[in-house]
Design a protein around this ligand. Structure first.
Ligand code: CP
Ligand code: NVA
Length: 308
């Protein structure tokens, strides 16, 4: 019978924290939660949410996922808690993990997230850092798996900034041995350590490609994915990045170079008409809102594994 397998690592800070078997178990559980064929409860368990950056999808999908599991969440707004005053992470983590059964944290530095995990006695989940967005990658691969029966044959092309979303896609793609092509302007390539790690993980080598040419990257691809050009915290760079990313918009012309049955993904929120046009986001090929829904199902699955 399908059941949540306890993760070997107690935290989910990075896609590097899980094995391929664990990812497949999470995706399988998520599909069963979505189809309502699985009913797992963690009555009275509490998930603390610490968000140093804005969020709609991640915050609400964690709240609903926890509620569906029979537990609750506490929204620990840094501005109304002592976190905003600068209480040391090691003190906050030790206290909150005595109250809560897990913590989902959205912050800037991956090292701050790691500091929380080092001092927390309960599981810590990465709800987005500047380096990674691993919960997003799980939802992305769930969406891809729903669409393509043998999803390991899929070519996934990410057009845009080599940022947190791209980094987690690369690592999850490496775990699942899926071909991932990244097309970004010069100077916006993904983190070199992430690329190195991914290349070590891939069973089939040469499945990870980074190029500065979006047209060659999308040729024959089954999935086209993009994210904002300027991430949260990069507001002052917006004019420069808008200029540097000219030619990297996913529009109908670029989509026409992909496989005819290609689907379109975006983690959202989007800057419509910058990284993606209205006609593509709202097209029949778009699975962007299914992808957003799947955030909730994979997080319900992830929480089941972490709380088991
Ligand atoms: N995709 C995503 O993480 O969205 P939010 O910033 O709204 O949580
Ligand atoms: N790269 C974006 C993702 C938002 C979900 C950011 O970090 O702002």
């Amino acid at each position: 019978m399908l059941k949540p397998n306890k993760l070997v690592n107690s935290n989910f800070l990075s896609c590097l924290d899980v094995s391929v078997e664990e990812v497949l178990n999470i995706l399988n559980l998520a599909q069963n939660f979505k189809n309502k064929t699985l009913n797992i409860k963690f009555k009275d368990k509490v998930l603390g949410l610490i968000f140093d950056k804005s969020s709609t999808r991640t915050r609400v999908s964690f709240q609903v996922a926890m509620s569906r599991l029979g537990g609750t969440t506490i929204d620990l707004n840094p501005n109304t808690s002592q976190i905003g005053r600068g209480e040391p992470i090691k003190d906050t983590a030790r206290v909150l993990s005595r109250y809560c059964d897990a913590l989902a944290i959205r912050t800037f530095k991956q090292s701050d997230l790691e500091e929380y995990a080092n001092w927390s006695s309960k599981p810590v989940i990465n709800a987005l850092t500047d380096l990674e967005h691993p919960c997003q990658a799980l939802a992305d691969f769930m969406t891809i798996k729903e669409e393509f029966i043998d999803f390991t044959k899929v070519v996934l092309t990410f057009v845009g900034d080599g940022n947190n979303v791209a980094n987690s896609l690369i690592l999850c793609g490496a775990l699942l041995d899926v071909e991932v092509r990244i097309a970004c302007p010069k100077g916006y390539e993904p983190n070199p350590l992430i690329l190195k790690k991914a290349n070590e993980i891939y069973v089939n080598k040469n499945l990870l490609k980074v190029t500065n040419d979006p047209y060659s990257a999308v040729s024959g691809a089954n999935v086209l994915y993009t994210d904002v050009w300027s991430s949260m915290g990069e507001e002052s760079l917006q004019d420069k990045k808008d200029n540097d990313f000219s030619g990297f918009t996913i529009n109908s012309d670029l989509v026409s170079k992909a496989d005819k049955d290609a689907i379109i993904l975006h983690c959202l929120p989007a800057y419509r008409s910058k990284e993606i046009t209205d006609e593509v986001i709202d097209s029949k090929s778009s699975r962007i809102f299914e992808q957003a829904e799947n955030r909730m199902h994979v997080q319900q699955a992830l929480l089941s594994c972490l709380l088991s």
